[in-house]
Design a protein around this ligand. Structure first.
Ligand SMILES: [Zn+2]
Length: 351
């Protein structure tokens, strides 16, 4: 270990001088490049050996008022075991229209706040998000922003559009809140899977647009969110009433494409497939939390794209897509049979 450090020290000693006075806010990121990596290890080793001045806030990883070998190990641990802790979060600009009820607006900010802390969307692939929200009772109020509920790409980053149906306020329908979690989850997916950011109007091998994995997860997530935070069983009260398509048994690959939307009302068939995948992972010995974490987060983080997602699928879940599509036939087309447990904590899933 020591020898290794000495070798790289010599090679990088010139570079280090350039970085030594730069100030950073992120622990372990000594050269302030928004990433904790080998360069930071080199800098801290050099600092220790030369007794150089260093910003303790950033270099004293274990907070013992000393910068020493323990902190070198601390930085190595950050590199090995933490997702990049230094990336900034995306900038969100809120355009929340006055047509929306005040209590919805308050709840909107509470939900977004929760989600940002549980599944922060970092500036990995894009930097800005504009949110446009209004009540469907008024004409589309934002110039050039088409109504509906969706995430769209714009010239200046992504947009989240939440045109909430006025009936949902009248009936106090939970969808008026769950849709916030659904659309934010797409923002999170975009932030952790680069291929999803690619244009997807038509088949793009470098994009990622496998619908049942994108929408089945987002809809499962919104359901788990309202189950956790509002004690409302969206699976049982809402989704269960939509008929599941028999194509789940006969030709499930049709749900890979968004052109199956007409037979996938409320994405319920996609949700069914995701929940079966959870059950199958539990059969493999994973906990329910681990299963959701693998599907919601870790699979997306592999960088899977349309041309190679089946390879990552096999790698992540331990069985092939074909195997999984066959297994679907052993599950009766009844959403109730694959409900997740009602006590799941969203926070715990992403821990
Ligand atoms: Zn969606």
């Amino acid at each position: 270990m020591k020898l290794y450090f000495k070798k790289i020290l010599i090679r990088f000693s010139i570079t280090i001088i350039c970085f030594s006075s730069i100030f950073s806010q992120c622990i372990g990121d000594l050269n302030d490049d928004y990433s904790v990596n080998i360069q930071d290890v080199i800098i801290i080793v050099n600092t220790i050996l030369n007794n150089d001045e260093v910003n303790y806030e950033i270099a004293d990883i274990n907070n013992d008022q000393n910068v020493n070998i323990q902190d070198v190990i601390g930085i190595i641990n950050i590199i090995l075991f933490e997702d990049n802790p230094c990336t900034s979060q995306i900038n969100i600009t809120y355009n929340i229209h006055e047509s929306l009820p005040e209590d919805w607006i308050i709840e909107f900010y509470i939900i977004i706040d929760n989600l940002i802390s549980i599944i922060p969307a970092n500036q990995n692939n894009f930097n800005d998000l504009n949110v446009y929200a209004w009540n469907s009772s008024v004409q589309d109020p934002y110039l050039g922003i088409e109504g509906g509920t969706y995430i769209g790409g714009g010239d200046e980053g992504f947009i989240m559009v939440l045109e909430i149906n006025e009936m949902e306020f009248e009936w106090n329908h939970m969808h008026r809140l769950s849709v916030i979690a659904h659309e934010y989850f797409h923002v999170y997916q975009l932030s952790i899977n680069e291929p999803m950011n690619e244009p997807n109007g038509q088949y793009n091998p470098n994009g990622f647009s496998i619908k049942w994995l994108i929408e089945g997860t987002a809809t499962s997530f919104e359901s788990l969110y309202v189950q956790d935070y509002y004690n409302y069983n969206y699976f049982n009260n809402d989704l269960v009433h939509t008929e599941l398509s028999s194509l789940i048994h006969t030709n499930p690959s049709v749900f890979e494409s968004y052109s199956s939307n007409n037979i996938d009302n409320n994405y319920t068939s996609s949700v069914f497939m995701v929940l079966v995948l959870v059950k199958e992972l539990i059969n493999q010995g994973y906990t329910e939390y681990e299963a959701f974490r693998m599907i919601f987060k870790e699979f997306m983080q592999t960088g899977a794209k349309n041309s190679d997602w089946e390879i990552y699928f096999l790698d992540m879940f331990g069985f092939s897509v074909d195997y999984f599509y066959n297994v679907l036939q052993s599950y009766p087309l009844n959403l109730e049979g694959v409900f997740p447990s009602s006590l799941l904590s969203i926070e715990e899933i992403f821990n």
